[in-house]
Unconditional design. Structure first.
Length: 355
């Protein structure tokens, strides 16, 4: 499953610099390729040392990491929900993403102007939050007459959609995002067709000065922001792996901010990775936390899920410790798992199926 994250922010917060750093070939995972799909969209490999370890062991012909799609969404200005600036483009592009990464300006460069003439992270966050809420209010108000007719015509199922839309609208008018409202899973599912912007998970990235990278930051909208310096990340993306490692050591960093960003995005969306590995290919696959073996198989191909029989599974730790598939089998560490097996992060799996 491909994860799509929209990078948003006010003008001059470092949003495009972050996007450029993410999608540079020497950036996040220099050993892996990336592909720019559109001028403002890039596929970025997910850094995972476990994939490297598996590849070192199995010496595959190909190494294929999991990927994340980042979308550099048009800058937002106040009034975007009413079409100001590139507001309509901004809102339309956000609807197509799984999550929002909002870049918030913390840096103090006097040569880079701020739309509000001052650096105020909470005010910036409030501006975008307001625009997303206003856009959702407009979406629901436009849909309500139709939903009411459908409720009368089709009964219980559509009645739930109508009532939930009214409930969410009331919450939005009280300045509560749809995602933060007290909704049951059934209610959330019922209004999925509305594609509400404030139903998307959001991750705040604090673009800080380089000398502030390790400092504790205040919460934004009830969430601890992820601190990184887009200028530093851009510099790292230009270096080869050895030089990048030395540079991070000088800065006191164990890994790049971009690697931490992707890890945070996985956690935000409740995702994890499992692996397939052998002489032909070592590959990481993205699945939801809690996915069962047939669902994991279906990520490879729908036939694998439809005709699932069993999965041969070893933990990553056992696979490395016992030197691969044969070693795990000889040591009794290669398990036979059925349809009810809940896949664990890092599992190395081979599927048996019949269609």
């Amino acid at each position: 499953m491909a994860l799509s994250i929209g990078i948003v922010g006010l003008p001059n917060v470092g949003k495009s610099s972050l996007f450029t750093a993410l999608t540079k070939k020497g950036g996040l995972a220099a050993n892996y390729p990336f592909a720019t799909i559109e001028p403002n969209t890039g596929m970025v490999p997910v850094p995972d040392k476990r994939l490297d370890a598996l590849a070192e062991l199995d010496k595959p012909a190909k190494i294929i990491p999991a990927t994340v799609e980042f979308v550099d969404i048009a800058g937002l200005v106040e009034g975007a929900s009413h079409g100001e600036g590139l507001g309509n483009k901004f809102l339309a592009n956000i609807r197509d993403t799984d999550a929002i990464c909002e870049v918030v300006r913390f840096f103090t460069d006097p040569n880079v102007g701020h739309v509000s003439k001052k650096v105020d992270p909470q005010a910036d966050v409030d501006t975008i939050k307001t625009e997303l809420i206003l856009a959702d209010v407009a979406t629901i108000e436009k849909a309500l007459p139709r939903l009411e007719k459908e409720a009368k015509r089709f009964g219980k199922e559509k009645e739930l959609t109508y009532k939930t839309a009214q409930k969410v609208l009331a919450g939005l008018l009280d300045e509560h995002r749809a995602l933060s409202q007290d909704l049951t899973e059934e209610e959330r599912t019922s209004i999925r067709e509305l594609c509400l912007l404030t139903m998307k998970p959001i991750l705040y990235v604090a673009n800080v000065d380089e000398d502030k990278i390790g400092e504790e930051l205040p919460e934004i909208d009830g969430q601890k922001p992820l601190p990184l310096c887009s200028k530093t990340e851009a510099e790292l993306s230009e270096l080869d792996p050895e030089d990048a490692a030395l540079f991070m050591e000088e800065l006191g960093l164990e890994e790049s901010g971009l690697a931490r960003l992707i890890q945070a995005a996985y956690k935000l969306l409740g995702l994890q990775s499992y692996f397939t590995s052998g002489p032909d290919e070592t590959r990481a696959w993205t699945i939801p936390v809690g996915a069962k073996a047939p669902q994991a198989a279906g990520v490879i191909h729908s036939d694998f899920e439809r005709g699932f029989i069993k999965a041969e599974t070893a933990s990553f730790e056992d696979y490395i410790a016992y030197k691969g598939d044969k070693g795990c089998r000889d040591a009794g560490k290669l398990r036979q798992e059925g349809k009810d097996y809940v896949v664990q992060d890092g599992d190395v799996m081979h599927f048996k199926f019949n269609v």
